[in-house]
Ligand binder design. Structure first.
Ligand SMILES: *[C@@H]1O[C@H](CO)[C@@H](O)[C@H](O)[C@H]1NC(C)=O
Ligand SMILES: *[C@@H]1O[C@H](CO)[C@@H](O)[C@H](O)[C@H]1NC(C)=O
Ligand SMILES: [Zn+2]
Length: 536
């Protein structure tokens, strides 16, 4: 677990989960805590999940909660403070509530009263006022106590209805009550096992060699087409001529934001306009500077997998994105298939303080199933799942990594054959060449089976929209596009455009592209970089 915590920590210091920090259990008696009241007094009205401070002048690293065994103390690692509002450890400079002893109690609406308080199409605010149902959870406080916006992840009164398979029909709608059913009611033994490899963040000289090693010429699926991956590209430091080449070879390019801002609340609480600037703006940059003209950028992954609730998905509908792949599902056997969000999600909103969509949206969710991090699930103790392969870092040796891949493949292959997602940051494979070797060996062995296909996320959805059995899968047309592309890259010497933008004062960034240089470095307010008003 240690190295796992560290791994998470390095990747995204703001996302430290309190449950991942070692918790020191200390009983009141004999413990070096000066507490005048007894546990019962302190714990009156406290949820066992909520951390609080005993007093505001104590060390800001230390908090406690009321467990069934008494008070439990949690200390943040040195350098960090505990943020009482987000209930996580965070950088000292980011925590501004050390003087606050407990999380603010927000007023919540009165939905669960014996007698309804309001009539007709109205519901009760926390203070008993009546308000139109539509105004609850619409992102704007309408009740005078603002309670209409305070219980929206669990109790949105305007939430999407549960899956109704008589109304949810392929190719545009797919759901199942627990999320595990196979589209088209096909038998698992008759369908291909799809595997989706994805890479997040900037594409550049630091990771191109990893992609070259994995997607080497001749490494083909059983239909004769090269194996494909999906790249969730963020803007800064990306080499767009390299993206253009990945796209030419038939890999899927998807959008992962312009700024990749390192602040979870920014993404959790972003409004529709911010989501559009970040995600659709990044699509525009990719299209322009990697010359992607076939409208194939249809996928979204949010930075740090922070789900942006209904605002993110409303933006995706408005901007005609096909799917998101940011929502995590807890480790389960059998695993989940992707689903559409016309109806309610088939699983709990998983993760610390996540903000899942509750409304109905015309968007697919290529749900991220957690992986089983144990290299021997029959003998090892229970461990929590992990979603990005780089965070499953109890794995140390090459053999452990190879076994981990096979164990997770087995959980999919021997049950409902839900697509197996292997989600990477390239740095993980670059730093651990033995894992890269094990991955490549495992891919080559899987390909020998002839019913395992390494495809893009869009190709998964194309298969789900048109479920095709193994007997005719080699002719499945959408998997033959850009089948096995050879030849030269579009340009041999890309432009290296030194550009600046008013939005990033004092920075010059080189934009590598086969296309013409822009006037400015593309950024949120000026994604094409030719907004002349910005010229300095
Ligand atoms: C950008 O990517 C291309 C591959 O398409 C490569 O030839 C070029 O050297 C890269 N440029 C830099 C500066 O890394
Ligand atoms: C961009 O791609 C399109 C279609 O593939 C092609 O016709 C066009 O010439 C390319 N543009 C440039 C500037 O290379
Ligand atoms: Zn990222």
């Amino acid at each position: 677990m240690r190295s796992c915590i560290l791994g998470l920590f390095l990747l995204s210091p703001l996302l430290i989960n309190v449950t991942a920090v070692s918790i020191v259990k200390r009983q009141i008696e004999g413990a070096p805590l000066r507490i005048s009241q007894n546990d019962a007094e302190v714990c009156k009205d406290k949820s066992p999940r909520e951390y609080f401070r005993l007093s505001s002048d104590k060390d800001c690293r230390e908090v406690m909660r009321c467990s069934s065994q008494g008070l439990q103390v949690l200390r943040c690692p040195s350098g960090l403070f505990f943020d009482i509002e987000s209930q996580t450890c965070n950088w000292r400079s980011e925590v501004n509530n050390c003087d606050q002893v407990e999380k603010r109690k927000l007023a919540t609406p009165l939905f669960a009263t014996n007698e309804p308080i309001c009539s007709g199409n109205q519901l009760a605010c926390g203070n008993g006022d009546c308000m139109e149902r539509e105004l609850f959870c619409n992102g704007i406080p309408d009740c005078s106590d603002e309670s209409d916006e305070n219980a929206c992840t669990e109790h949105d009164p305007n939430r999407a209805p549960p899956c109704d398979q008589s109304q949810c029909i392929l190719p545009d709608c797919f759901c199942s009550p627990d999320g595990t059913q196979i589209p088209g009611k096909l038998e698992p033994n008759n369908i291909p096992q799809m595997v989706t490899i994805t890479f997040d963040d900037a594409v550049n000289i630091n990771n191109l060699d990893v992609y070259h090693d994995i997607f080497k010429e001749g490494r083909n699926n059983a239909n004769g087409c090269s194996i494909k991956a999906t790249f969730f590209v963020s803007h800064k430091y990306t080499n767009y001529s390299a993206v253009q080449e990945l796209h030419r070879k038939g890999h899927e390019i998807a959008t992962h934001s312009i700024t990749h801002r390192n602040n979870e609340k920014y993404w959790t609480n972003a409004d529709i306009d911010t989501w559009a600037k970040e995600i659709a703006g990044n699509r525009l940059i990719l299209e322009r500077f990697a010359n992607i003209t076939d409208n194939s950028i249809v996928g979204v992954r949010s930075p740090y997998l922070r789900v942006g609730g209904n605002n993110q998905f409303a933006m995706m509908e408005e901007q005609a994105f096909l799917y998101d792949s940011s929502i995590n599902a807890p480790l389960s056997n059998p695993p989940l298939w992707p689903y559409t969000l016309y109806f309610e999600m088939p699983h709990k909103c998983h993760g610390n303080g996540q903000h899942c969509p509750t409304r109905s949206h015309a968007v697919w969710e290529v749900v991220m199933n957690e992986l089983d991090r144990r290299d021997d699930p029959n003998f090892d103790e229970e461990l929590s799942g992990c979603v990005m392969v780089d965070t499953c870092s109890n794995i140390i040796t090459r053999d452990q990594f190879y076994d981990f891949l096979n164990n997770n493949l087995r959980r999919h292959y021997n049950t409902n054959r839900a697509p197996l997602g292997l989600y990477f940051h390239a740095g993980f494979l670059k730093l651990n060449s033995k894992f890269l070797e094990a991955l490549i060996t495992w891919i080559d062995e899987s390909l020998e089976k002839n019913d395992i296909y390494f495809v893009t996320m869009t190709q998964v959805l194309q298969w789900m929209q048109n479920p095709t059995e193994l007997s005719s899968i080699r002719e499945f047309a959408q998997w033959k596009e850009k089948c096995d592309i050879k030849g030269q890259a579009y340009c041999s010497i890309p432009n290296a455009c030194p550009t600046t933008t008013r939005e990033l004062p004092g920075e010059t960034n080189r934009l590598h592209t086969c296309m013409e240089c822009p006037h400015n470095y593309p950024w949120l307010e000026d994604p094409t970089g030719d907004f002349f008003a910005f010229k300095k």
